[in-house]
Design a protein around this ligand. Structure first.
Ligand code: NA7
Length: 535
């Protein structure tokens, strides 16, 4: 066993949205000695790896950021309503440098294993560089969507072109004049397709299930709007924390069938114009994501739009989903329009999958060959649980996290799990389903409160009771059952990867409900968490 090189109060794995805030919170606010290990060559997490053309957030820039950074917010010049990948990356880097967090981050270093030493009450962490460190608190901030789903297609060695995944896009790859095939039409695929259609010689879209796409809305934010956000920063964020998906718009309390058909269409039309899928799903009517009848009203409207925009009726038909509008809603400008361009073609692989690579492209089951220079997999990720698959984490009695989760990935409050003392996941399974930055802020604010309590009471370890974990699992299942989301296969339930286990991976009570649950816990002396005394 290698010798411990350095001891820290806390080690954070990952320097994306969650890891950076963890470092800020634990080091800056709690004054702990913290080290953050990041496998990438820069901070940024998702926004470092996903460098494909067209990559941008589809949550408005003003709320796709931390709410603790008023200072940076005031001095920040931004115009994009939806920050693109370089802009989000620059924002995260600016936070790191503003708060002088760089010296605490070690880049290009993958944490391979972490083992809890019961006798010493500390975590022993080993890295890809062969180094060993010890810490009291271990926090994983390794991403919700970071383990690539890279479906296997036979004969890859034959293909003379390039094969890429959007989640690990090579900087040198441009699409000008190339023939690109894109597999996947989720949020990522539609961004890549729309961007590629502008420059590529030809874009062949391989679509398995069509999805409902709603325009994102205006690209730029006006000066007056920005000034308004700046002047009302605190109120805006207070409002956001009181909503479910926390995307910065008012969520509707009006049931779909409480208004006339004409009024319904008017509301859908207004929201189609303003834009974003989340607004269309949660800002139009209160029950689009929970009632099948209401959901059909929304899909009927989107279907009508698709038929109006796409000139070729056969292509339009292929683009109309045959499922509920119950996946993670997609926002994208000018998506359906690209199918009117001569350099874009749509191939349905739903009943005619890609079976093999050829020298010049790929072949589908019907024997048709598609010639390509680049094949891009926009096939998504192995949600949350996948992020833990390559790290060996052993808790009490040497039990491995993967073993602990063999039946179901569980946690208490989405952050901790029994048998793993002083171990926090931001986010872990059964975390709140909402806009990421305010979600991780809520989690880390409470983790910091737990650590503060442990340190002030000289507790050596914070643990979760199995009962609390079981109860939280039930709560998450109950909320999930209120929604239509489990009725379709998507990454939200881990049902998107081959052999993936369908399970409730999120808490669907919304950010408001989640924060409320934490407030109740705090009032009850953090019932469900145990604070062990040393010795
Ligand atoms: P998603 O939303 O999981 O989308 C993946 C897409 O890839 C989706 O269209 C899938 O079709 C398709 N897919 C996956 N495997 C295959 C195979 N084997 N053959 C054909 N098509 C396949 O991932 P994204 O990266 O787009 O977005 C993830 C999140 O990142 C997004 O929701 C935002 O929150 C940011 P399917 O629908 O499963 O038939």
């Amino acid at each position: 066993m290698s010798t411990v090189q350095q001891r820290y109060d806390a080690i954070v794995i990952g320097a994306g949205f969650a890891g950076i805030y963890a470092l800020y919170k634990l080091h800056h606010e709690l004054g702990l000695n913290v080290r953050c290990f990041e496998k990438g060559g820069s901070v940024g997490g998702t926004w470092y790896w996903n460098r494909y053309p067209g990559a941008r957030t589809d949550t408005e820039t003003r709320v796709y950021r931390y709410s603790f950074d008023k200072e940076i917010y005031d001095g920040w010049n931004w115009r994009s309503r939806f920050a693109n990948q370089p802009e989000v990356l620059a924002y995260l880097r600016s936070i790191v440098s503003h708060y002088a967090l760089d010296p605490h981050i070690t880049l290009d270093t993958f944490v391979e294993s972490a083992r809890y030493d019961e006798a010493a009450n500390e975590w022993i962490v080993t890295t890809s560089e062969g180094d060993t460190f010890a810490c009291t608190y271990l926090l994983t901030a390794i991403g919700v969507l970071s383990k690539l789903n890279f479906p296997k297609i036979a004969g890859r060695e034959k293909f003379r072109g390039m094969v890429v995944h959007t989640g690990n896009w090579p900087d040198e790859l441009t699409l000008e004049g190339k023939r690109i095939g894109v597999i996947g039409t989720g949020s990522t695929g539609v961004q890549l397709i729309t961007a590629a259609a502008k420059t590529a010689r030809h874009v062949t879209v391989f679509q398995r299930n069509a999805q409902y796409c709603v325009p994102a809305g205006e690209d730029l934010v006006g000066e007056a709007e920005i000034a308004d956000y700046r002047n009302n920063f605190e109120q805006v964020w207070e409002g956001i924390r009181g909503t479910r998906v926390a995307c910065g718009f008012a969520e509707s309390m009006v049931p779909t069938f409480s208004v006339s058909p004409e009024e319904r269409d008017k509301v859908f039309e207004e929201n189609w114009k303003i834009g974003t899928g989340f607004r269309f799903m949660f800002g139009t009517f209160s029950d689009i994501a929970s009632s099948e009848e209401a959901n059909h009203e929304a899909t009927r409207f989107i279907e009508k739009k698709i038929r109006q925009i796409v000139k070729d009726p056969e292509t339009a038909q292929k683009l109309i989903p045959d499922q509920l509008y119950a996946k993670r809603p997609i926002s994208i400008n000018h998506y359906y329009e690209v199918y009117n361009q001569p350099n874009v073609s749509l191939v349905s692989v739903k009943n005619n999958e890609i079976v093999a690579f050829t020298e010049n492209g790929v072949r589908t089951a019907d024997g048709q060959e598609y010639e390509l220079d680049v094949l891009a997999f926009a096939t998504g990720f192995d949600t949350i649980v996948g992020s833990f698959k390559d790290v060996e984490i052993k808790g009490l009695h040497g039990v491995e996290l993967k073993q602990h989760w063999k039946d179901e990935a569980t946690s208490f409050m989405g952050i901790a799990t029994s048998n793993f003392p002083n171990f926090f996941m931001v986010p872990g399974p059964k975390s709140v389903f909402c806009n990421i930055p305010p979600g991780v802020e809520a989690q880390l604010d409470w983790i910091a409160a737990l650590i503060r309590k442990a340190r002030s009471g000289e507790a050596s370890a914070i643990r979760v009771t199995p009962e609390a974990e079981r109860e939280w699992t039930q709560i998450c299942d109950t909320y999930a059952a209120y929604t239509l989301l489990p009725k379709v296969d998507s990454w939200i339930f881990g049902a998107n990867v081959p052999g993936g286990k369908r399970q409730t991976l999120f808490y669907f009570g919304g950010l408001s409900g989640y924060r409320q649950a934490w407030s109740e816990l705090a009032k009850n002396d953090f019932k469900g968490f145990l604070f062990d005394r040393a010795g």
